[in-house]
Design a protein around this ligand. Structure first.
Ligand code: ZN
Length: 382
């Protein structure tokens, strides 16, 4: 090769490498900024394909869950780029609560195992209606997690009731990022009183940490829907009805009244379950005046299939929230059910300054203890 041709060749190769790395860096999910960190929420993953109760036999299509698979695959591939420090699954991991689906679910979640701290809230599809979560406990038992330094522990309950609420069905995790300490609880759907008493004790004994709760059902139609359309059209908010644990179960509103509102370090509640509400948020104020952002995501219906990335920016006291579909490599702009982009891409104000580490007794003391209106104040993402 003549020298001039050699230079031209090298130049072309370098230019091609730069262009291809730029192309990789492009796409809707820009890298998280230095000084920020992200929590990813995986909403309901109950959409299995070839979902049959019988064991797989030759010739039958294999049971798969492409959305769940894509979600955890994207998360591990983007741990550094999105500065992901925690992953929370908001429940309805499975649809039918059968071993075959749990096998697939565990394979998907195992991708995170040992790579990033994570927790799971048990949904109504992950247990029997009366509260038996034996299969979840078998597939995601406490013993799988207790050697991780970030694992806090789980609700013990009574040995006689071991199918219910125990063995990681209600758990908490501890993590820190950018000098901020967090405690996050994963509470089962319609958690009964003894679980809420345990949650109280966890939140109290970690009062110096900023607290998050993930619980499967929290926002949706306020009253129990009577018609199918009610799931879409009835007034929405913190639910006063329940589906699990019979008379021992607590509705979302009861969980707030009996437990959540008392804790001034609590600032966020993640939930799923309501695919016909899909995306919603509600800010209420606890007894100490601390704002608590409840955020629902469940993109189970339609093509959106998004997960949520909560990017915390302590310098700006902002949480930038993105809904992203890794299969389509697209941010969710609108859905058939929720057409407002600001419900899918938004930001939340949250004071992360060190002096506000313990919630705010002073800043919001003039705000009424409970604000029931939906907060749509989050600024849209630029
Ligand atoms: Zn559910």
């Amino acid at each position: 090769m003549r020298p001039i041709m050699r230079y031209l060749f090298v130049f072309t190769a370098i230019a091609a490498a730069i262009i291809s790395s730029l192309a990789m860096a492009a796409g809707p999910m820009t890298a998280a900024e230095d000084g920020s960190f992200s929590i990813v929420v995986i909403p309901d993953t109950q959409h299995y394909q070839h979902s049959k109760a019988e064991p797989e036999t030759q010739g039958k299509p294999e049971l798969i869950n492409p959305v769940f698979d894509a979600h955890t695959r994207w998360i591990v591939e983007n741990l550094d780029r999105q500065r992901i420090v925690f992953v929370s699954h908001s429940g309805d991991i499975v649809d039918e609560n059968i071993p075959q689906q749990w096998d697939v679910a565990r394979r998907c979640m195992d991708r995170l195992h040992g790579r990033v701290p994570y927790g799971i809230s048990v949904g109504n599809h992950d247990m029997k209606q009366a509260g038996d979560s034996s299969l979840f406990q078998q597939y995601f038992s406490q013993s799988r997690f207790e050697n991780f330094a970030w694992y806090g522990g789980s609700f013990k309950g009574k040995e006689a009731n071991r199918s219910r609420s125990r063995n990681n069905a209600n758990s908490f995790q501890l993590f820190s990022a950018e000098g901020i300490d967090f405690v996050i609880l994963h509470l089962e759907c319609n958690a009964p009183d003894d679980v809420l008493a345990w949650a109280d004790s966890v939140l109290q004994s970690h009062a110096n940490r900023r607290a998050i709760v993930t619980t499967h059902r929290y926002l949706g139609p306020r009253e129990r829907p009577i018609t199918k359309r009610d799931y879409y059209d009835a007034p929405k908010g913190c639910m006063v009805w329940k589906v699990c644990h019979g008379e021992n179960g607590n509705s979302s509103r009861q969980m707030w009244e009996k437990c959540f509102r008392k804790h001034k370090n609590l600032f966020m509640i993640f939930c799923g379950d309501q695919s016909r509400t899909q995306a919603m948020r509600l800010t209420e104020y606890g007894t100490h005046g601390n704002p608590v952002h409840a955020v629902l995501s469940d993109y189970g219906k339609g093509r959106q299939r998004g997960l949520r990335i909560y990017n915390f920016r302590p310098r700006e006291n902002l949480i930038l929230v993105k809904t992203y579909n890794p299969i389509l490599d697209k941010l969710c702009e609108a859905t058939d059910i929720v057409t407002d982009r600001n419900q899918h891409q938004f930001s939340l104000f949250y004071d992360m300054s060190p002096e506000d580490a313990n919630g705010s007794d002073n800043n919001h003391s003039k705000v009424p203890a409970v604000q029931t209106q939906i907060s749509l104040k989050g600024a849209p993402v630029p």
